[in-house]
Design a protein around this ligand. Structure first.
Ligand code: RAT
Ligand code: ZN
Length: 413
């Protein structure tokens, strides 16, 4: 295979691979209003709200008091009309519109609204999965969220393209309050986490893993995250989460590095990031070798250390370029570093989509970046006279975009 053929094969395979998106905030249709889609949701994505306030001096509260459509009008005017939309999240909206076949050059928000108004939710879900080339997404499922819990209790879900992940931020980051909720649901837990509470929290976790058919347990954590330490969180992790994760054979996914609400007036857009301690990941992987851990970290500065930790511990799966790392220059750099360090044994990306339509742009952009990294790395081994077949490239691409996840879980798909 020469370099020109190499490029063609890689681009072809990367563009056609059907993706398993391991972390999103999307929901199946029967979760009703929890599933967000359409132009007004796209334009009011919290990444864009943060960017809007770079240019606007409007009072935060006045902005949030407006309807979604009014917010979208303001954001569109400021970020797309008064300035050129060059940030990654801004460009993302354009990619979505273009891929849906809409005329981006008109800049006419109302004509885009008409298009979305003509679609049914069912048809639109099918369309987005097709255009994005995604075969399945993992949701973020929080039983402490009243609206979501109600759906799980009454209906569950039946669309097999949407898989569940049991998200336990309230349990780990705010036990001081969530134990009261657990008590209301009939779990015999106490504030000081006695022996009975530990058993009851384990029961809660196991019951919800079963109820959701959860593929993994997940939590987002601050830069100060530490295990072991004398804190409720550390004790719940070692005494409840780790044993249940092992017994149920589901990985524990840690998303480390978020500094919540540094500007609470921005709501969801008000979180920041900080450098974290990779030693915690090392401690957990080393002391619990029969457990599986999926880890993504938010600070760019932590990425190399995390990749090295994955070289030491095969029970660690590094995944995604999370949130503030989801910029082309950073994805390119991190993916190269990971491939040079770990070969193909990692999950390069997840979308983190909150709005269904975002599957289209997040994956369009990431596919192109990951393809370039692959072309360079394959090219280097061709220079050393290594022969590559199309079948081998296809295998590698399917591993990166889907199979690595399923194999790590132990599902042989
Ligand atoms: O990327 C995001 O949308 C963030 O707000 C978070 O949801 C983050 O990805 C998380 O899962 O906590
Ligand atoms: Zn997320």
């Amino acid at each position: 295979m020469d370099k020109q053929q190499l490029r063609e094969v890689v681009v072809h395979e990367v563009n056609r691979v059907q993706i398993t998106d391991v972390h999103t905030h999307l929901y199946a249709e029967n979760f009703r209003d929890l599933l967000l889609w359409g132009i007004d949701e796209l334009v009011t994505y919290h990444y864009l709200i943060a960017e809007y306030f770079r240019y606007s001096d409007m009072a935060y509260a006045d902005f949030f008091a407006l309807s979604k459509q009014q917010q979208a009008d303001l954001i569109w005017q400021k970020l797309f009309i008064e300035h050129s939309p060059v940030s990654e999240a801004q460009r993302g909206v354009l990619t979505v519109l273009a891929k849906l076949g809409l005329d981006v050059s008109t800049r006419d928000l109302n004509s885009y609204r008409k298009y979305f108004a003509s679609m049914s939710t069912t048809d639109y879900i099918n369309k987005v999965f097709e255009v994005a080339g995604v075969k399945e997404v993992v949701m973020t499922n929080d039983p402490f969220d009243a609206a979501e819990k109600q759906i799980w209790d009454k209906i569950g879900y039946s669309d097999s393209r949407f898989k569940a992940a049991l998200r336990i931020d309230p349990l780990l980051n705010n036990y001081e309050r969530s134990y009261i909720q657990l008590q209301k649901w009939g779990y015999k837990v106490s504030k000081d986490l006695d022996q009975q509470s530990i058993g009851e929290i384990k029961r809660f976790l196991s019951e919800w893993i079963t109820k959701m058919n959860a593929l993994y347990l997940a939590v987002s954590l601050p830069p100060t995250f530490m295990v072991p330490e004398d804190s409720l969180r550390s004790r719940i992790i070692e005494q409840c989460v780790i044993p249940v994760s092992r017994e149920e054979d589901v990985p524990f996914a840690m998303m480390i590095g978020v500094n919540k609400q540094v500007n609470f007036k921005l709501g969801l857009a008000g979180d920041s990031l900080g450098k974290s301690n990779v030693g915690v990941v090392e401690y957990l992987c080393k002391n619990y070798p029969d457990n599986k851990f999926m880890v993504t970290m938010l600070a760019k500065e932590n990425q190399h250390e995390l990749a090295i930790t994955a070289r030491k511990f095969r029970n660690l799966m590094v995944f995604g370029c999370w949130w503030y790392l989801n910029n082309p220059s950073i994805i390119d750099e991190i993916t190269r570093m990971r491939m040079e360090t770990l070969g193909l044994s990692f999950i390069p990306q997840h979308s983190d989509a909150r709005v269904l339509d975002q599957l289209i742009y997040k994956w369009t952009h990431s596919r192109a970046l990951i393809a370039e990294v692959l072309i360079d790395k394959y090219s280097d081994i061709l220079d050393a006279d290594w022969g590559l077949t199309e079948a081998e490239i296809k295998r590698d691409v399917e591993d990166l975009f889907s199979n690595n996840f399923w194999q790590f879980l132990g599902h042989n798909k």
